[in-house]
Design a protein around this ligand. Structure first.
Ligand code: OAD
Length: 245
């Protein structure tokens, strides 16, 4: 296997997707065939779906909360946390996952681009998103104690925009890395390369002269745009991939 050298000259931006949590027992999106209990995922993960049936949406997210809380980070998550301890501020992890497993494995410099299962916000007022691990019983839609509106999961749904502050963090890290005079590396793992803007990061990095790596079980939609492709399970590949120097 090719080795990824992580030395005092290296800046590393990592992007993860559902595949890195697969070995922890969290099903991937494409693995579910886009269906949950026979509902198209768009029906339970979109603003329109929420307006139509908030009970169904909360049942879906309560179930996902309970499922994510009951599994453990795997060696792939642990490897990324170890790389971060080695690189410090020259490391940033952008994840499309909402399951909280990276933080539980010890990652701290994390941008949760698609939100998190463990925060809730009001669909009506400007109250800040708050920590929430409650698994609401089926048939419940929680209400906002400040305005009486309906609460919603703090998740970026289909058709919604990513938080511009999150994109800014990723862009400014990439800018600092690629102008540092050192070596700038981008590594994507466990992501099908279908959903933008995440799937386009590889192109931005190449334009800026960075090195690009993909670790994935199956070919991703954008595999051909990475310089290095490593095929395999992230829980097996990541712990062996890097040489910390
Ligand atoms: P996908 O389900 O689209 O893709 C998961 C990828 O991981 C696939 O390419 C698999 O081959 C790969 N994979 C599966 N098991 C793996 C393993 N053990 N090790 C390495 N790779 C493995 O998930 P994402 O790319 O994360 O967005 O999906 C991106 C976004 O699409 C999601 O965040 C979600 C969805 O629409 C929103 O909810 C906004």
């Amino acid at each position: 296997m090719q080795q990824l050298i992580l030395d005092s000259n290296t800046w590393l931006l990592v992007l993860t997707g559902a595949g890195v949590s697969a070995e922890s027992g969290v099903p991937t999106f494409r693995g579910m065939d886009g269906l949950w209990e026979n509902h198209p995922v768009e029906d339970v993960a979109s603003p329109q779906g929420f307006v139509k049936d908030p009970l169904l949406v909360w049942r879906f997210y309560s179930q996902r909360r309970a499922a994510a809380a009951s599994v453990q980070p795997n060696p792939g998550h642990a490897a990324l946390a170890a790389w971060e301890r080695h690189l410090g501020d020259r490391f940033l992890l952008a994840t499309q996952n909402v399951d909280g497993l990276h933080r539980r494995a010890g990652s701290e410099r994390v941008v949760e681009m698609h939100g998190t299962l463990f925060k809730t916000r009001c669909s009506k007022c400007q109250r800040a998103p708050f920590e929430d691990t409650t698994v609401y019983p089926a048939g419940t839609v929680p209400g906002c104690r400040e305005c009486g509106g309906i609460l919603r999961p703090h998740i970026v749904w289909f058709g919604e925009y990513l938080d511009p502050a999150d994109m800014k963090k990723i862009e400014s890290f990439a800018y600092r890395g690629s102008t540092s005079g050192g070596r700038f590396v981008f590594l994507a793992a466990g992501t099908s390369g279908v959903v933008y803007p995440a799937a386009g990061i590889v192109d931005r990095v190449r334009e800026a002269g960075g090195e690009t790596w993909l670790v994935n079980l199956d070919p991703a939609e954008n595999s051909g745009r990475f310089e290095y492709n490593v095929t395999g399970k992230s829980g097996e590949v990541l712990p062996k991939l890097a040489k910390l120097m």
